[in-house]
Design a protein around this ligand. Structure first.
Ligand SMILES: [Mn+2]
Length: 338
């Protein structure tokens, strides 16, 4: 099974893993990846003895050739909720689940989508994992849409509700889970996945997540430092805030989300250097820009580029040498669209 490295992806992966385990099926391997996964990962999947590859919270439909290659060898199941590039159900051996393919346009994080899907088909089978679905959907910024579900779940476990999700236990868990990725990339996300997978109750998870708690403290300190830098160094262009992060941690995603919810009527563009790659994160909370569309449009035609996401939050990467051109394109497209 392959799952996305963010909280929603980790929680979705944990749900699928627990579901399979309860069915008595063991996973050959599980791996936290990004949707534009590498050649090595492709080979690993193709050469694995398992007869099925499951992708969760990963918009792999933009890598159609890779999926075709895998589907020529084994069954492929994709459970995702990102904007669709290709309907992969047209590939033989491939089963593509996405609320958007069912005509459901409501923002629907993978963890709550998967939880509802499995819970409907197999009542009582994974109902005790409702708290993990709550953590995942908060991680994907969908608390306001699924507030009733979170409220009900908090109540079930006798935990306090708050209209700020980050003042609830589940918001705290989102921070813990995402610390893995922020502090240590895909490896850290794997650690979070393993800890959560072997501690499927709230009590156990709290008791056995010291590593994540430790990482979270370091991440918090780094976020604070970067927010101060942002205040001093951000580049302002019309209603766009640009900011380059220089950090060893993968802090771009949480920083951009924090700034996005702070400056709801600005387009936030955070970028960071990773080797010869420039990663970028886009946020616009008031929905006045379609960022998923923008991200795909601006990287189009650039070698080794990728982009994807949602209307209000998207991201991607290009080669560092192409960044300045891409950045200018962003200004142009955003200005034309407003
Ligand atoms: Mn997601």
């Amino acid at each position: 099974m392959l799952f996305h490295i963010d909280t929603d992806g980790v929680c979705s992966g944990v749900l699928i893993n627990a579901f399979m385990e309860r069915l008595g099926k063991e996973m050959e391997f599980s791996l936290a990846i990004n949707p534009s996964f590498s050649k090595q990962v492709l080979e690993k999947i193709k050469n694995s003895p398992s007869d099925t590859a499951i992708f969760v919270d990963l918009s792999v439909d933009s890598s159609i050739e890779k999926i075709e290659e895998i589907a020529s060898k084994k069954k492929v199941i994709i459970m995702d909720h990102h904007a669709i590039t290709n309907n992969l159900n047209k590939i033989r051996n491939c089963y593509h689940f996405n609320p958007l393919l069912e005509g459901n346009e409501e923002y629907y994080p993978a963890s709550i989508y998967i939880f509802n899907l499995l819970n409907k088909e197999f009542p009582n089978f994974i109902e005790d994992l409702d708290w993990i679905a709550s953590v995942g959907l908060i991680g994907d910024g969908a608390f306001n849409i699924y507030k009733d579900f979170v409220k009900k779940t908090l109540k079930k476990y006798k935990l306090a509700f708050n209209k700020d999700p980050y003042l609830t236990k589940f918001g705290e868990f989102d921070k813990l889970v995402s610390s893995g990725r922020v502090y240590n990339g895909a490896k850290g996300a794997m650690k979070a996945f393993k800890i959560l997978s072997s501690n499927l109750t709230i009590k156990e998870f709290e008791k056995n997540s010291d590593i994540l708690k430790n990482w979270m403290k370091k991440v918090d300190a780094e976020i604070e430092k970067q927010l101060k830098q942002f205040k001093k160094e951000k580049e302002i262009f019309k209603d766009i805030y640009f900011f380059q992060i220089h950090s060893k941690m993968n802090i771009g995603s949480p920083i951009s989300s924090l700034l996005g919810s702070k400056y709801k009527h600005k387009t936030i563009i955070i970028y960071e250097n990773r080797g010869n790659i420039m990663k970028f994160h886009l946020r616009r909370t008031d929905g006045k820009q379609n960022l998923s569309k923008l991200a795909k449009e601006i990287v189009n035609g650039f070698e080794q580029s990728a982009a994807g996401g949602h209307v209000k939050a998207a991201g991607g990467h290009v080669l560092e040498k192409d960044w300045e051109i891409v950045k200018e394109r962003m200004k142009e497209v955003l200005t034309n669209n407003s």
